[in-house]
Write a protein that binds this ligand. Sequence first.
Ligand code: SAH
Length: 421
Amino acid sequence: MNEYDSDRIKNAIDAEPTDDPKKADIIIVNTCAIRDKADQKAFSSLGKYKHIKANNPDAIVGIAGCVAQLYGDKLLKKIPHLDFVLGTRSIPKLPEIISKIERDKRRTVETSYDLEELFEVEPYHKEGKVTAFVSVQQGCNKRCTYCIVPQVRGDEVNRPLNDILRETTNLVNKGVREITFIGQTVNSWKHDGNKFGDLIRAAGDVEGLERIRFTTSYPRDITKRMIDAMKDVPQVCHHLHLPVQSGSNNVLSNMKRTYTREWYVDTILRLKDALPDITISTDIIIGFPGETDRDFQDTMSLMKEIEFESSYSFKFSPRPGTVAAEYAEEETVKADIASVRLSELQAFQKDITEKKNLSRVGQIEKVLVEGESRNDPDVLSGRTDHNRILNFNGAKDLVGKTVKVKVTEGLLNSLRGELII
Ligand code: SAH
């Protein structure tokens, strides 16, 4: 989501990107507020540009994204070298803001939610890139008690189908072969009587599009219509990121996740019934207020029952303005207890991920080649249908093509293989 917004920001100001902040005329720090750590990172990044502004007073320094939305004009007081604060729904207003600052030398805050052309600026696309995100939804209508997203991104707004298809088709015409639809609860997308399953079917008709992914799905919004579309549209990749957050019904209820553990497990069974080879990854929050040892054991038993392909796990971080930040002191799970639980869960997941990667050795996977691998230009890198990174030796002109690769090694974060055609 933030990567997509950063690329929209790049396009909005239509400027040449530079890796050297000393040479930049405009520096914009795009931020995330989901956990306290991300929030702190925003401030330390901004701090780095203080001396640049001191050496070059004409440079414009701005903050964008969720931290900008959360603190608004307080940021101007706190950070003297900051020129503007740009909220999460204000990217289309960026050119106007920059020219105003250049003209009037006045610091600006723009965090209103009243913009109608919410999806207007499409993201910068790097030539030759074969995968791309397309936003289908902004904001969120769920009210998970730990989550700051509705506060900083507003209520759910769904993008019209034709807009989504136009952006998708444009990208495919530029050489993109894989699109990932993004939204906070992407599968709750609906517009003009169409539901998410209909969006998948429509995307399946875009000529030249080879792969369709989407993230992040909200468990309660997985419907038969969606599963049927996933089954019927051959471009849909057989991997789903489906955050469960906890395996304890007590905790799930306190989080207001609107489903039970049993319902979640049953949903996975329904998905596997339709798509037997589907892989599932998840997010887990450890140490939610009131989480007992028993609750944590319930989460561990769910991890064992499902054996997720991979998982992201986080220690609960109280966020300003959320219900869970107001829980009584005695509900707080002590930091050392949360750390022990997190380590236990992560060690377990590591073993499962390794085991799953090893089990793929000998199999032939279809890989969309995305580019050279990060560490070695002779090695090509792509992802399998199941979203595993697979590296193999091959010629550069395979980038953008879908090839067959035999897996020879299963590592913790990736697979290695040999090209077989
Ligand atoms: N709706 C978005 C939210 C992204 S946040 C999406 O699902 O993509 C990604 C993950 O961060 C969440 O699934 C949750 O596990 C975690 N998270 C959110 N708020 C948190 C908090 N206050 N403390 C710790 N982890 C949190």
